[in-house]
Write a protein that binds this ligand. Structure first.
Ligand code: GUN
Ligand code: ZN
Length: 427
């Protein structure tokens, strides 16, 4: 049976960074027709109701129907250590992250964390995430199984590290390759699940490990490869010391076969001109993690500049370096960081980044991230007047962008009225 959702609708005909806000399509009384988990039609509510009289109608009133949010970079095992005080990246990893990740050899712990994280995400309207797991293959199994039970499209990989990590949290070049390969066989393409080749970052992998993962990627070139790039100054200096033969941080990855259109690089804050040119040429994706970048003190991502030069950019929470599960809060942080660099990012551009932009960064632009026919029906209904403070500002709005921006800046899970995963309501 077909479902017809009624509400305001927001979709994108193109990238509003290149085409301007006019790339967005807004219907103030719109509808979305869903059948078999897929969006079959969108348009004015009256017309769709007439065309599909047998469809089951869910009227969301004034709520805004949008594609569900896509979190292009996060670490589900860091759920329990989100908002840990007082450290910069390397100390934060050693002091908070690695001790928690150590616990994920226990499948029961991993299963509980995966359930908690996915439920927190869904409550925030995030329907897809691309997650790092831990070195333990069981931690990938737990996340995939939890997403599978919820019918979600997720991506995840075993986080590989064979040096500069504590005892009990290191694999080897060989085991990283073999375990990742086995996980690809077990999960990749099963239901809505994808496996991502995941070297944590250059400092925690030997040359042998990077090379083994480069070889694995060459064997499975349709997979994504995710890692971290140029997040914090001390980290970049450390990479330079560890790999003196490389031209720069990006070159470390390229030297080992870890650069291409399926590469997804988290952070990318302190890039050199050569790195920017090479990322563009390679067609790699960059993921902006703004709450993390301010929380850990990493720096100000050049969103406007990188988009203007044609880079592929997605948006992400980077849980638990990031300080919020909310992609609304994440959009607000992206706005604030761009303002600190002298650029005002338009609400259409922020919303696009959190949906279609992140989907495209993950190579899923034809599957998710937009409210258009043929896409999977991962949808969120957003209340644009969810708190008294937001409601009184919303009451003054004269167009959709003024109506939406207070929720971007001040909204949280109270704004998420309903979520559908593959056409099925979550709560
Ligand atoms: N660089 C390497 N690992 C991590 C991580 O877990 N979080 C962040 N923010 N940066 C990293
Ligand atoms: Zn990260």
């Amino acid at each position: 049976m077909a479902d017809l959702l009624l509400g305001q609708t927001l979709s994108f005909a193109a990238d509003p960074f290149t085409e301007g806000p006019g790339a967005a399509r807004h219907e103030s009384r719109g509808a979305v027709l869903i059948e078999g988990g897929i969006i079959r039609a969108t348009g004015p509510a009256d017309a769709l109701r007439r065309a599909h009289p047998a469809a089951r109608v869910t009227d969301c009133g004034d709520a805004l129907l949008s594609a569900g949010f896509v979190d292009a970079h996060m670490h589900y095992p860091q759920t329990a250590i989100i908002a840990s005080w007082g450290k910069r990246l390397i100390d934060w990893l050693n002091g908070y992250t690695f001790p928690e990740e150590m616990r994920f050899g226990d499948p029961a712990h991993a299963a509980r964390a995966a359930d908690t994280c996915l439920d927190l995400m869904l409550a925030q309207g995030t329907t897809t995430a691309c997650s790092y797991a831990t070195i333990h293959p069981e931690s990938v199994d737990a996340f995939m199984a939890a997403a599978q039970r919820r019918g979600m499209r997720v991506l995840a990989g075993k986080t590989c590290m064979d040096r500069n990590a504590p005892d009990g949290l290191r694999d080897t070049a060989q085991s990283a390759h073999d375990d990742s390969r086995a996980l690809i066989g077990r999960w990749h393409g099963v239901d809505r699940l994808s496996v991502v080749i995941t070297p944590r970052f250059a400092p925690t992998s030997t040359r042998q490990q990077l090379e083994a993962l480069g070889a694995l990627w060459a064997e499975f070139p349709h997979l994504l490869m995710q890692t971290h790039l140029s997040e914090q100054s001390e980290e970049i200096a450390w990479v330079r010391a560890l790999f003196p033969e490389a031209r720069d941080y990006l070159d470390v990855y390229e030297m080992h076969g870890l650069l291409g259109p399926g590469a997804v690089f988290g952070h990318c804050i302190h890039l050199t001109a050569r790195e920017r040119a090479r990322l563009l040429e390679a067609g790699a994706a960059l993921v902006h993690c703004p709450t993390s970048n301010s929380f850990i003190g990493s720096g100000l991502f050049d969103l406007a500049g990188l988009k203007a030069e044609g880079q592929r950019v997605g948006l992400a929470t980077d849980i638990g370096g990031g300080s919020s599960f909310s992609m609304l809060r994440t959009m607000a942080a992206a706005y604030e960081i761009a303002q600190l660099r002298g650029a005002a990012i338009h609400p259409a551009q922020l919303w696009w980044l959190a949906t279609a932009g992140s989907a495209a960064a993950l190579g899923l632009g034809d599957r998710i991230g937009n409210l258009v026919p043929g896409r999977e029906a991962d949808i969120v209904a957003v209340d644009l007047a969810s708190t008294p403070a937001i409601a009184q500002r919303h009451a003054r709005a004269s167009d959709i962008w003024e109506a939406l921006f207070p929720t971007i800046m001040m909204g949280d899970d109270r704004a998420i009225r309903q979520v559908w995963v593959a056409g099925r309501p979550v709560r």
